[in-house]
Design a protein around this ligand. Structure first.
Ligand code: B12
Ligand code: SF4
Ligand code: SF4
Length: 387
């Protein structure tokens, strides 16, 4: 029975999704599966082993939902004019300045599933929904559905909202009327082909040039091993010394290759029906962050994506930012961390103190230190003093 696809789109838009587009699932599987396999083979996933473990499912939706015929790709616009100019001090990726989008969007996805059942006459077992964490190549499907195009910055860029769009997906056995990819000026490169990245970028290379750690191994291809976003969010251990200066003032995530993109001229204030702003986090001072007790961390970051980084990860990142910003008002909290925290935090606190030239503090700390991870920071080549 043909499904009333415009009605499905109308209902999902009414729930708060800012864009709703459909891709048909064909025998070739997920668009971009070959690029994804190459990306994994090159080791670009760093230690995100969960990507390897779910690779087969990500490349073939039939392994996720046998008999799936369509993917409904959903976009949630999170642009806010209030976040245009980041405050001086530690800088947060804009997406993090909301209650955890996984939680808030998942609630709407459950409602979307019920609407789909009603319109398409299917049951709860005939669809599965995901936002970010599921085994779905979201950007590949979104490009195929024409929700946007894949930029040289690897982002799914919307012609309606620029770079500031969360993605979510509903796989379903219902056969919906598909939308097509956005027609481009450059080479198509086949569905999901690497050459398709940047089709609407023209000669622009702003994102590639602006990346502070040179993380693009090719246009559209991010090597997570060099990416600030990966290191400040996903990496749980030591951040490579050679990348720390490039992290600059970025405390959590990185928006640099997004914010330089000229397609953001189409960005507009989000309706935010599915998001709860936590813009207050951007006002936290570096000294306050470095001094957070476990109880304060839990209270401040409850319900946000940052809680998954845990206090240890946030302190580690804050040490790097303090070292990069030359934050001499943070010497005391840094010395406290270097004396009392777990080794991964102690190591980065020592790095920051060295960058700040805090020789008196360092002499005392070194005399008391026994952990090889932290001692290695004392032995390492002097980090360049901050400007
Ligand atoms: C792993 C991951 C990361 C890793 C690796 C990033 C990367 N570039 O691969 C790290 C931790 C570095 C990261 C960082 C960020 N991430 Co992230 N991440 C993911 C995750 C979980 C998987 C991505 C993946 O599979 N990567 C492997 C590469 C090979 O796949 P891909 O980037 O999706 O590329 C595909 C397309 O480009 C496609 N393709 C290329 N050209 C064409 C052309 C056509 C026509 C077609 C059909 C397909 C196609 O081929 C590839 C395979 O499908 C997705 C959620 C998901 N389930 O997909 C979120 C996701 C990609 N991340 C997201 C965000 C917001 C970010 C950050 C902006 C966060 C921040 N501010 O710090 C940065 C941006 C960094 C960047 N420039 O990519 C959003 C992106 C939204 C959007 N509009 O694109 C996603 C979709 C989460 C979500 N649900 O909203 N992320
Ligand atoms: S998120 Fe930052 S570090 Fe990663 S590729 Fe983009 S600009 Fe480079
Ligand atoms: S900054 Fe330029 S090259 Fe990069 S994604 Fe945007 S338009 Fe494309």
């Amino acid at each position: 029975m043909p499904v009333d696809t415009p009605e499905v789109k109308r209902r999902l838009t009414a729930l708060g999704f800012d864009d709703v587009r459909i891709a048909r699932i064909g025998p070739a599987g997920a668009p971009g599966a070959r690029d994804f396999a190459d990306w994994l083979a090159a080791g670009h996933q760093a230690d995100m082993a969960w990507l390897d473990r779910s690779a087969a499912k990500r490349s073939d939706p039939d392994l996720v939902l046998p008999g799936a015929r369509s993917v409904i790709m959903l976009g949630v616009n999170y642009w806010s004019e209030a976040l245009r100019t980041p405050p001086a001090g530690p800088r947060w990726a804009r997406y993090a300045l909301y209650s955890d989008y996984h939680d808030t969007i998942r609630v709407a996805l459950a409602a979307a599933g019920r609407e789909l059942e009603a319109v398409a006459g299917i049951g709860p077992a005939d669809h599965r929904y995901y936002v970010d964490t599921g085994p779905v190549l979201e950007r590949g499907w979104a490009a195929k559905a024409g929700l946007g195009f894949t930029g040289k910055n690897a982002m799914l860029i919307s012609r309606r909202f620029g770079n500031w769009l969360f993605l979510a997906a509903i796989l379903t056995r219902a056969e919906l009327e598909p939308d097509g990819p956005i027609a481009g000026r450059g080479p198509e490169g086949g569905p999901g082909g690497a050459s398709a990245a940047g089709r609407l970028c023209g000669k622009c290379t702003r994102c590639l040039d602006a990346c502070p750690t040179r993380a693009f191994s090719a246009p559209g291809v991010v090597d997570a091993r060099r990416c600030v976003s990966y290191h400040t969010i996903e990496n749980r251990g030591i951040i490579p010394r050679e990348l720390r200066a490039g992290i600059g003032d970025r405390l959590y995530g990185c928006d640099t290759c997004l914010e330089v993109c000229p397609w953001n001229r189409f960005a507009r204030e989000g309706r935010r029906m599915l998001l709860h702003a936590r813009h207050d986090l951007a006002g936290l001072g570096l000294r306050d962050i470095l001094s957070l007790t476990p109880e304060q961390f839990a209270a401040v970051f409850r319900g946000t994506a940052i809680k998954r980084l845990k206090r240890t990860g946030l302190l580690r990142n804050a040490c790097i930012v303090a070292g990069n910003l030359g934050a001499r008002d943070c010497l005391e909290p840094l010395a406290e961390l270097a004396a009392r925290e777990v080794p991964v935090v102690r190591a980065h606190a020592v790095w920051a103190l060295r960058r700040l030239g805090a020789h008196t503090h360092l002499a005392a700390l070194r005399a008391a230190e026994t952990d090889p991870l932290v001692l290695a920071e004392f032995e390492a080549e002097d980090p360049a003093p901050c400007a």
